[in-house]
Design a protein around this ligand. Structure first.
Ligand SMILES: *[C@@H]1O[C@H](CO)[C@@H](O)[C@H](O)[C@H]1NC(C)=O
Ligand SMILES: *[C@@H]1O[C@H](CO)[C@@H](O)[C@H](O)[C@H]1NC(C)=O
Ligand SMILES: *[C@@H]1O[C@H](CO)[C@@H](O)[C@H](O)[C@H]1NC(C)=O
Ligand SMILES: *[C@@H]1O[C@H](CO)[C@@H](O)[C@H](O)[C@H]1NC(C)=O
Ligand SMILES: *[C@@H]1O[C@H](CO)[C@@H](O)[C@H](O)[C@H]1NC(C)=O
Ligand SMILES: *[C@@H]1O[C@H](CO)[C@@H](O)[C@H](O)[C@H]1NC(C)=O
Ligand SMILES: *[C@@H]1O[C@H](CO)[C@@H](O)[C@H](O)[C@H]1NC(C)=O
Ligand SMILES: *[C@@H]1O[C@H](CO)[C@@H](O)[C@H](O)[C@H]1NC(C)=O
Length: 899
């Protein structure tokens, strides 16, 4: 120590510099020869003055240079940029290194050194302890002389283009602890001399072309913690000697041609956390006592081998195991019915493509994800197998894409096991999902046969329509509750109105002042039911005034409808009514709270404050919030009001937005009581006139909740695509646009939706799933068949849980045809989805309908008995759709009910 300090002082004095500038780490370069060598290296590698500035002292000021006692010991040029000249023709030109007698570390990783490692490396750099040349574009062979670097502790040569064999001389590097030769094109055998590398802790020879056997001698590397030989052509068995590597943490032998079975000795690897032996030709059974001693095991890959026999039950409950891939083997057995350890809830298992059989069990519930596809599991799919369980190609009931009955039956028969035949009696064909094609043929046939009957039916229906049109008109007027209204509109309002819920009474004078005598400047729009004006009250509160001219019977009816509505309902999702002014005989006014963000049609894209007039669009979070808010409003009208109200004018401009973009539904003057769900109304719905916005408020116009749902679907599509005006229009351009857009919405292909997503939306992968979900919801709302559209409350649920929509799809498809799907909102949604996509369920043929009927009955008799639906007698398709969709009607039902 004393000696060293005095040397230091000497150096400082000699250098004519102040003592305080001297530190142990940063001393000035004292060797003139080394200074020249550094300059030579700088120019041959083309390094920049930025890192290695000419005028400064290399030991103190050059990046990556470290000196000890005034001599260079560390050169780190890793990842350096080069001068323009230097990068034109980079070469492996490091001859200057020979001048550094004390060089212990050379790191040039990620610096292109095309060329080969010169032979002199091993002979002239005798003090080297660390040599890092990874990702240097080196070619050629590893020089034999590297074996003379007797001080070497770390040798990194990975990710180059090294060829040839590994020189046996590397076995002389007794101090070597890290040897990384991965990602090259090395060939030949793994040298047996490696057995001498007693200090080795890390050996990576992966992704080369090594062949032959794993040398038995590798078992002597008792300090080894990391061993990776994957991605070669090794073709031996796994040597039993590996079991001596008791410090091994990570063993990867995958993607080779290894044969034979796993040596039982492997259970000696008590510290093993990762064992990866997938993609080989390994076979045999796995001894049950192999894994329990491996208490640290977290990651186990056995996939793509030929393991047979019972799957070790212990693997289901290994304490640390987070990832298990046993797919593509010949494992067999049943799933255990056991409670797993606490960590299992984060574990991911893949046991697909094996020979597992029997029922799905609760073990599934305990895992974060398990793929069981391609086995022979049978029985019902329990509710908890939701979303996280690919189930295809098994023998399960009521799930799509299962094996054929004969395939399953013969599997079970060969093993002397009892097959439940999809819950059907022996010999009966199960209800396999038919292809679209057959269904379409059936539909065409049915249509042709039905056409004649339909014509007759239509005639009857037409007569009924005329009759009931009158009737319904009368009903609707009665429902207004403001007394009978003479056609000429001369009589004043009835006294039955409850004015207390209509806000303050404003004077006509107040209205005039607030609106500047209906100044054109304050006109917002001329609505079909009345004109809207902006206004400011005396207390400076902004308001919106709607003026109804009672001389128009249409506007008069609208006025009374709206007045009636506000007297009956109030909800935070409806536009707040501040008051009314009913003084004048022919002009009536309703006063609403002003909505700072106006409505969706004007807010979706807003001009930014900047001068360039660029548009800023609503972000996705806000769009989703708006969709949910509007759905809540509609849910209130459809499901919480009794009788249910139909809005009838849902479009972007009816969705008002307050300062926080909370939705308040406006345009309430079209609202009416939903037509009662009678047979008559159902028939009128069959012949529904095309919706048209200037059809006025005739009592017949689309007074069904399903019509609102359809309009809401268009609003959702506007939010997804940013295409303004879709929800306010029904013209052919809009229809064509819809026809062109809907095919991009698929439950099965998320990426498709990116073709229609609003380009101004900035969305990452996670949000894309929500966008996709909203698009799916929109498409189900746009089902051409009103009866197939989902109920508003299911839509709300779906929008509140968008990720569940896309992630649970598998599960809901499983439930769809079972009675247990009742009340499941996503099942309802996807029921509509499927029918809208293929319309297959619309017209089943008589025999298959009977079969389904029988099947459903069976369920109700056995395991479903706990789920009484309140009716308890009928499980037919019709009953099912009754539950999910508001209107129990499709063509067959009409036909049947007319039978
Ligand atoms: C090597 O140099 C690079 C770039 O200056 C630096 O990021 C890295 O940390 C250095 N590595 C060592 C081990 O000194
Ligand atoms: C070489 O440098 C790179 C990055 O600068 C660093 O990651 C690596 O660990 C270094 N090599 C050694 C052996 O320290
Ligand atoms: C490695 O060699 C292959 C073919 O010999 C060549 O295509 C590839 O570019 C080389 N890679 C590097 C990093 O030099
Ligand atoms: C290098 O090692 C070999 C043995 O592998 C030995 O024969 C040779 O003399 C050594 N060369 C030097 C310069 O040390
Ligand atoms: C491991 O390295 C030490 C020096 O650090 C050396 O003395 C010993 O011989 C080496 N062990 C083996 C088995 O070569
Ligand atoms: C594994 O199963 C496949 C498919 O049945 C069969 O062809 C193969 O012979 C089986 N392998 C073993 C080792 O049993
Ligand atoms: C499998 O599930 C069915 C119902 O799907 C049940 O009847 C049967 O008892 C179960 N079998 C076993 C072995 O648990
Ligand atoms: C179904 O077939 C199996 C043999 O394939 C037979 O053991 C069983 O008794 C049959 N069950 C019925 C209900 O016919």
């Amino acid at each position: 120590m004393v000696n060293r300090c005095s040397k230091l002082v000497l150096v400082c004095v000699v250098s004519f510099f102040l003592l305080i500038d001297c530190t142990v780490e940063q001393q000035f370069l004292v060797s003139r020869q080394e200074r020249l060598a550094l300059l030579q290296l700088r120019s041959s590698l083309g390094l920049r003055a930025k890192e290695w500035p000419l005028k400064s002292d290399p030991c103190t000021a050059w990046a990556g240079i470290k000196c000890t006692n005034g001599r260079v010991t560390v050169i780190n040029v890793s990842g350096f940029k080069r001068t323009r000249k230097g990068s034109q023709n980079p070469q492996f030109l490091v001859d200057a290194l020979q001048s550094f007698t004390f060089l212990s570390s050379f790191n040039a990783s990620n610096l292109a050194l095309p060329g080969s490692i010169p032979e002199w490396f091993g002979l002239r750099l005798g003090s080297l302890q660390v040599l890092d040349l990874r990702s240097c574009s080196i070619v050629g062979t590893i020089p034999f002389s590297l074996g003379n670097l007797s001080s070497l502790a770390e040798l990194h040569l990975s990710d180059n283009n090294l060829t040839g064999i590994v020189p046996t001389s590397l076995g002389q590097l007794l101090l070597l602890s890290v040897l990384d030769l991965s990602q090259n094109s090395l060939t030949g055998l793994i040298p047996r001399t490696f057995s001498a590398l007693g200090n080795l802790t890390f050996l990576d020879m992966s992704l080369n072309f090594f062949s032959g056997a794993i040398p038995l001698e590798i078992g002597t590397l008792s300090r080894l913690q990391y061993l990776n030989l994957s991605g070669n052509s090794l073709s031996s068995s796994i040597p039993a000697q590996l079991s001596d590597l008791s410090n091994l943490v990570d063993l990867d032998l995958s993607i080779n041609s290894l044969l034979g079975s796993i040596p039982p000795g492997l259970r000696g690897l008590k510290n093993l956390q990762k064992l990866i032996i997938g993609n080989n030709f390994l076979s045999g059974t796995l001894p049950g006592d192999l894994f329990p001693p491996l208490t640290q095991l977290q990651h186990l890959v056995l996939s793509h081998n030929s393991f047979t026999g019972d799957f070790p039950v212990v693997l289901w409950s290994m304490p640390q195991l987070r990832f298990l891939d046993a797919s593509r083997n010949n494992f067999t057995g049943t799933l255990p019915d056991l409670s797993l350890n606490a960590n299992a809830s984060v574990a991911v298992f893949n046991i697909s493509q094996n020979f597992f059989y029997g029922n799905l069990t609760s073990v599934i519930r305990r895992l974060r994800f398990i793929d069981v596809s391609g086995n022979y599991l049978q029985g019902r799919v329990p509710d908890y197998a939701s979303g996280n369980t690919p189930l295809s190609r098994n023998c399960l009931r009521n799930v799509a894409s299962q094996r054929s009955a004969s395939e399953c039956a013969s599997f079970y028969a060969e093993r002397g096991l009892v097959f439940d035949n999809f819950g059907m009696p022996n010999g009966t064909q199960p209800l396999a999902p038919k292809s679209d094609k057959t269904h379409r043929e059936v539909i065409i046939l049915a249509s042709v046969l039905g056409a004649a009957g339909l014509i007759a039916l239509l005639a009857i229906v037409f007569v009924l329509l005329i009759l009931c049109k009158r009737k319904t008109g009368a009903t609707n007027q009665r429902s207004i509750g403001v007394g009978p209204v003479p056609a000429n509109g001369s009589s004043p309002l009835g006294a039955s109105l409850n004015f207390s819920s209509l806000g303050d009474a404003f004077t006509y004078k107040q209205i005039l002042e607030a609106t500047g005598e209906y100044s054109d400047l304050n006109l917002i729009k001329n609505g079909h039911s009345g004109d809207f004006f902006r206004g400011i009250l005396e207390n400076a509160n902004p308001i919106v005034v709607k003026k109804f001219d009672l001389r128009s019977s249409v506007k008069k009816e609208a006025y009374m409808l709206e007045l009636d509505l506000f007297s009956k309902v109030s909800h935070q999702r409806l536009v707040p009514l501040l008051g009314h002014c009913l003084e004048n005989e022919n002009e009536k006014f309703l006063i609403y709270k002003y909505m700072p963000n106006e409505d969706l049609s004007s807010s979706l894209f807003k001009k930014t404050n900047s001068d360039d007039g660029s548009l800023q669009s609503l972000d996705w979070i806000t769009r989703l919030k708006i969709a949910i808010g509007a759905a809540e409003g509609l849910c209130y009208l459809h499901h919480e009001c009794n009788p249910p109200f139909v809005h009838r004018d849902i479009q972007a401009s009816s969705i008002l937005l307050d300062d926080k973009f909370e939705v308040r539904l406006g345009s309430l003057s079209e609202i009416c009581v939903q037509e009662r769900d009678t047979n008559q109304n159902s028939i009128t719905r069959l012949l529904r006139l095309p919706p048209s916005s200037d059809q006025g408020t005739s009592g017949m116009k689309n007074a069904t909740c399903a019509y609102d749902v359809y309009c809401f679907g268009k609003v959702l599509l506007e939010l997804v695509t940013g295409k303004l005006g879709i929800s306010s229009s029904n013209d052919t351009t809009t229809k064509e646009w819809l026809e062109a857009t809907l095919p991009y919405i698929s439950i099965y292909d998320k990426e498709l939706v990116t073709n229609i997503v609003d380009p101004s939306l900035i969305i990452d992968e996670d949000l894309l799933e929500e966008v996709w979900a909203m698009a799916i919801v929109a498409r189900s709302c746009l089902n051409p068949k009103p009866t197939r559209r989902p109920l508003m409350r299911y839509i709300l649920k779906a929008l509140e849980n968008p990720l569940k929509v896309v992630r649970d799809e598998q599960m809901s498809s499983a439930r769809l045809r079972t009675t247990s799907s009742r009340g499941s909102w996503n099942a309802a949604l996807f029921g509509s989805w499927r029918q809208s996509s293929s319309d297959v369920a619309a017209m089943p043929t008589a025999p298959s309908r009977k079969a389904e009927h029988a099947n459903s009955f069976k369920h109700s008799g056995s395991d479903e008995s706990g789920q009484n639906d309140g009716h308890g007698h009928s499980f037919s398709t019709k009953r099912h759709s009754n539950e999910i969709f508001p209107e129990p009607l499709n063509l067959q039902d009409v036909e049947r009910e007319n039978d």
